[in-house]
Design a protein around this ligand. Sequence first.
Ligand SMILES: NC(=O)c1ccc[n+]([C@@H]2O[C@H](COP(=O)([O-])OP(=O)(O)OC[C@H]3O[C@@H](n4cnc5c(N)ncnc54)[C@H](O)[C@@H]3O)[C@@H](O)[C@H]2O)c1
Ligand SMILES: Nc1ncnc2c1ncn2[C@@H]1O[C@H](COP(=O)(O)OP(=O)(O)OP(=O)(O)O)[C@@H](O)[C@H]1O
Length: 568
Amino acid sequence: MSLDELADKEPSSSEEVQLAPSDSKFRSIGPAPIPIPAPPSIRSLVDSVSDERVNVDIVASHQSENGSISTASSTGSLESEKAAYEFLAQTPVRSTDAHLVEFSEAMRTVAKALRRVAEGKAAAQAEAAEWKRKYELETAHKQQSKIKGYNSCISNDLDKLASQLTLETPAPDQLGCCGKHGICAHEVLQDEVPGPIPRSNHKVVGRKASFKLSWGCNGDKNGQHKHDFVSFEKGDITTAERSNKQILLKWESPPQTVLFITKPNSNSVRVLCAEMVRWLRESKNINIFVEPRVRKELLTEDSYYNFVQTWDNDEEIKMLHTKVDLIVTLGGDGTVLWAASLFKGPVPPVVAFALGSLGFMTPFPSEQYRELLDNVLNGPFSITLRNRIQCHVIRDAAKDEIMTEEPFLVLNEVTIDRGISSYLTNLEVYCDSSFVTCVQGDGLIISTTSGSTAYSLAAGGSMVHPQVPGILFTPICPHSLSFRPLILPEYVTLRVQVPYNSRGAAWASFDGKDRQQLSPGDALICSISPWPVPTACLVDSTTDFFRSIHEGLHWNLRKSQSFDGPRD
Ligand SMILES: NC(=O)c1ccc[n+]([C@@H]2O[C@H](COP(=O)([O-])OP(=O)(O)OC[C@H]3O[C@@H](n4cnc5c(N)ncnc54)[C@H](O)[C@@H]3O)[C@@H](O)[C@H]2O)c1
Ligand SMILES: Nc1ncnc2c1ncn2[C@@H]1O[C@H](COP(=O)(O)OP(=O)(O)OP(=O)(O)O)[C@@H](O)[C@H]1O
């Protein structure tokens, strides 16, 4: 940069900033933070040095006893001018370069201080986000207890019917609502999303089927509760016996409404969708919802499909979870991600039929759809409860308005990358209140365990069973020899901050979609969402996982070594 260009770059702020005592160059004696006024205009500095004159103010300020930068112009008085010239006579005149070096150091210190101020602000925002999350959970719990009360009044008959149909179901008064190893539908799916969304009565399709989730667990010895993995008895710490923790979904009333989400632009998907819809209607008397595009396609084929319902706007999508008992997806993993993205709150169970190429999360073969759907509609069946990550974008420009944007919910991952910029990303990451690291490379992936086999895997992250409660932290091409991926516990809140001194913006994408620019000062706050995606298993969670990594990813496939050859 030429001197003239440099001169035109005026310092942006005239505010005083507080320097922490550790900034030794301009530190005062004693622990109190030092106010630092804005740096001098670069134009004045360049003018003065290009005239080969020494700006007495700046020299004097840098020599000041308490180390604070000062631009006070007290050279008007003859005494001080005289003193300055005397001082100059004793001190060798510094070169232009020396001044610029000194000035750039001062600028760096000011930038550091500004960064600290920004960090303070981001920490406050993170705390606010955490409070909001707690508030949402609290509201959700209140709604659950409301629904619980309502259900217990009206569904005694249904309970009796369900326990007659299900041999293993213990009497409700023995085990409370769902027993010791289970949760009820209303604990996973709620009738309302948080927030001031008016409840729409439009196209309501009867009452949602209620169901119960139970954990196959035989570690219930010594009266230990299912969450008491660690017990402390007579001074000895022991862990409770852990065994089969597969989650079973058992309908308590028959499911009535199925939502179809299908991959666009595929003939085989369109044909299969029409066939399945007809079969469900005619042999099971099921209500059907489809996307507006699919309804048009079905009606173009045959006016028979007039009974198929859809939605007109986003408000109706927000209420879908109150009407739909089951989601059927026809496509690949992308279609499962798409289906999950439609639900910003609770998600009904998803039955994913494989009509894509890889199909890591789509275990159901479409050829046997009648038998498979029959099994699911009758229940019970195993599910994988897949955690999602909720991501809040906090704009620096939003100033006092916190959480102005809707959060993004991801089933796979949120990626923060350098976009089209050719510079390294520079991202500061905090985990709760701890500083984690600065990511300098192509970017960062914050992934769920379900997403561990997607982009995170390609960036060198571990594959993790989807029922493991955790968050993966995987750098993308870090320019460092020692930056290994991490797996963090599910309860942490991660904050990714684009520093003010970053060379460019970063870009966040959510399950590969909804790309958002993050400018310097913006932050992304990520934590596990209270709304997981329950996906139906073909066999069970673990069998399906191994089938996927063997068949989908060809994990550790190698020709066996032959028997003949050298031996020990
Ligand atoms: N380098 C990479 O591997 C890379 C790059 C960009 C995006 N992705 C992944 O693509 C996902 C979006 O999927 P899409 O179908 O909309 O885009 P897409 O059509 O580009 O498909 C991406 C591929 O990733 C597979 N995939 C998706 N989720 C998976 C999972 N959980 N486990 C194993 N494989 C999975 C899909 O089957 C597909 O083959 C993103 O969430 C991201 O994880 C991967
Ligand atoms: N209902 C939908 N509406 C809009 N886009 C969709 C829908 N379903 C899927 N998509 C998008 O279509 C793309 C391809 O879908 P999908 O991944 O299911 O098919 P595929 O690429 O054939 O399968 P695989 O991922 O197994 O290779 C994805 O990017 C996905 O987001």
